[in-house]
Every structure is written in C-alpha cells, then in structure tokens.
Design a protein around this ligand. Structure first.
Ligand code: SF4
Ligand code: SF4
Length: 354
C-alpha cells in the first residue's frame, strides 16, 4: 500500500499493527476532529482546579495552554495515532537492587505500575515501530512527534476521542476486554488518515466485555477518599500524588494519608475487574534511609522511581517509619534528621514527632 489506508481498510491496518507491537488498543484521529475542542478542554481543567486541585500540580498549570490546544505547537499535524499498552503492570516481578525487609521489619510498598523498566522508555520502541509501519504503508516518511505521559498533551482525552475506551470512575482509561491497567502513548503525524480504532468501543461484532460499569469497587478500595463519590479525583490525599508529585515536606495529615506507600498506589486500579491480587514490592526502610543518595540514584536509573529520586523516596520512607512505634525507628529517624542535607526530609521527620 503506498497511499493512506481507506476508511474501510484502516481498522484492519490498526489491528495488524497493534497485534504485531503487542498493543492493547490503537486508534487514529484526524486532528481536524479535535481542533475545536480547546474551549471544552479548558473548561474541564478549570472544573478540575475548582474542585480543590488548584495549585497542586504546578507543571500542569504551566503547560495548560499546550494541554488544551495541542495543535498550536503542531500546526503541521493532520492525524494523531493513540495507543494503550500493557507493559508489566499485571506481571509478577521486582525492581532489582531494592532489598526487601527482614520478616517483621518496617517496609514501604512500591506500586505495581512501577514494575519493570520505566514505561516511558518502554513506549519508545512501540512509537518507533508504529512510525516505521506507517511510513512503509504510505511509501514515504512523515513528519511526526511522539510521546508518552511526560509531554504536555491531553492523552486520556485523545484516547477517548479516538474511540479506545472510556474514562472510568478510577480516572483511568478502560479499554474493552483489556481493563484499565494500561499506559498511553501518542504519535502526531502530518499524514491525513481516516478515523478508526481497534478494538474500538463501537465494535459490537466482537462482543467485548464492558468497560467501567460504575460498580464502585475503586471508590471503596481508595484508602484516603481521594476518589469522590460524585466523580473526579481530589489530588491532595491521593497516595500516587503524595509519593511522587508532591515535592515538599509531608505534614502530619499527609503522613497519615501516605500509609505504607513508598511510590504510587495500586488500590483503585487493582480493585477494578478483573481484580489484581499481586501485592506491590516491599522495600527495607532502614536500608533506604541509610544508603547514600548517589548509590540509590544509580540503582533507580531506568526505573519509574527515578522520577521521584532519592530525596522523595527517603522522605516517604521517613514518613512510613514514623508510623512504627518503638525505640529503633525513633533512633533511626533522629539520626537521619541530624545527618541529612535535605530540609524536606528533616521537616518531614519533625512532623512525625508531633
Ligand atoms: S472498579 Fe468499577 S467503578 Fe471503578 S473504574 Fe473499575 S469498573 Fe469502574
Ligand atoms: S491511587 Fe490510591 S489514593 Fe489515589 S485515588 Fe487511587 S486508590 Fe486512592
């Protein structure tokens, strides 16, 4: 094929590419379909901010214009390919070089979605493979820009608009037949392609299981009430937000919300059918608090935990250890408070003692 697939061929092309690359879903959206959505997107963000989330994600607010108008920065884009991929979320496995605690010793838990290599890196060969297949199909190279998560693009919105699935009550994209424990990536291209999606929400012939049916298990499982019964997410008490996005010292209330979460939280995604019973990786807190930062940074390289870095992980470890009674945790925290060069860690420890 040396021209863009016709509309009736596009779903087959998407299915073939998705199967070859191991994607859970792949959709294509002509950018003309979303060029008038800026106002609606801005209204969604404004409502989200007004619901108690304003100021909590400074990087998001700095990039609000780019997120609501992704075509302003890419006026050449004629289509966007959006896909969901499974990576290692549902698999057993561990991040190497992070020792587990001895039986009964205090532990911090790493969420399952941080399993394996960094999902941003895992998306790269998938984006390259998709581009290569598209260019082979068209018979010429295309101008393009791809990304996953760490780019100022409304990826969940585009995935929903492309027909990949729906946004569930746990705020994740749900793909028919594949659930919600998936990562998203997108590829803007200057080729005009027809709209299509595989497997696609509208594909009744495949008799796919439903997406989010509103069962409410995610709300019941959320340990902090961050998921609101009326819909939406209150970011401040969310463990995923606190452990990896919030950069300041943790006060006493935030430490209660944190529980034993060292990085991320799986409760609302694991509770979603089909439920995931695999527990997260447990890490020795004493080891984490005493290992030199440079050594820890080296061990985190290539994992999602590098996003948080040594300071936030040690801060979180201190907060979790603060929940544990007894003289040993107190002694260790006092030692860390007097030796750390980080005010964030020191102030977090001070708050545990109050
Ligand atoms: S647990 Fe139930 S309500 Fe929550 S996202 Fe999953 S299907 Fe939807
Ligand atoms: S990630 Fe955890 S704390 Fe955040 S909404 Fe989901 S269950 Fe609640």
């Amino acid at each position: 094929m040396t021209t863009a697939p016709a509309s009736h061929e596009m779903t087959d092309w998407l299915e073939a590419a998705a199967r070859e690359l191991g994607l859970a879903a792949l959709g294509c959206l002509p950018t003309i379909a979303v060029c008038g959505d800026a106002e609606a997107l801005a209204a969604r963000y404004a409502a989200w901010q007004a619901a108690g989330n304003a100021g909590l994600l400074p990087y998001l607010e700095r990039s609000l214009a780019a997120r609501t108008e992704p075509l302003t920065a890419r006026p050449w884009a004629r289509s966007v390919l959006v896909f969901a991929f499974p990576h290692a979320w549902d698999l057993p496995g561990t991040i190497p070089d992070l020792p587990a605690p001895a039986a009964g010793a205090p532990a911090g838990v790493i969420s399952r979605y941080a399993n394996g290599t960094d999902y941003h890196m895992a998306a790269r060969p998938l984006l390259a493979g998709l581009l290569q297949r598209l260019e082979t199909c068209l018979g010429h190279s295309v101008r393009h820009e791809g990304g996953a998560d760490a780019w100022a693009v409304p990826d969940r919105y585009l995935a929903r608009r492309a027909g990949l699935g729906v946004i569930g009550r746990n705020q994740l994209l749900h793909v028919p037949g594949r659930g919600c424990r998936l990562f998203l990536a997108g590829l803007f291209v200057d080729a005009a392609l027809p709209a299509a999606a595989w497997p696609g929400l509208a594909d009744s012939a495949t008799a796919l299981p439903p997406t989010c049916d509103g069962c409410g298990r995610c709300l019941a499982a959320c340990p902090t009430g961050a998921l609101r019964p009326a819909g939406g997410l209150h970011l401040a008490p969310c463990r995923s937000y606190l452990t990896m996005e919030y950069r300041g010292a943790l006060d006493a209330q935030q430490q209660v919300w944190l529980g034993d979460s060292l990085f991320g939280c799986d409760a609302c995604s694991s509770a979603c059918p089909p439920m995931l019973e695999i527990p997260g990786q447990r890490v020795d807190l004493e080891w984490l608090l005493t290992i030199p930062a440079a050594d820890l940074r080296r061990r985190l390289h290539g994992t999602p935990l590098a996003h948080a870095g040594p300071t936030l992980l040690k801060r979180n470890a201190a907060a979790i250890l603060g929940h544990h009674p007894g003289p040993e945790p107190r002694r260790l925290l006092a030692h860390v408070a007097t030796t750390t060069g980080s005010a964030v860690i020191r102030d977090t420890i001070a708050a545990t003692a109050r």
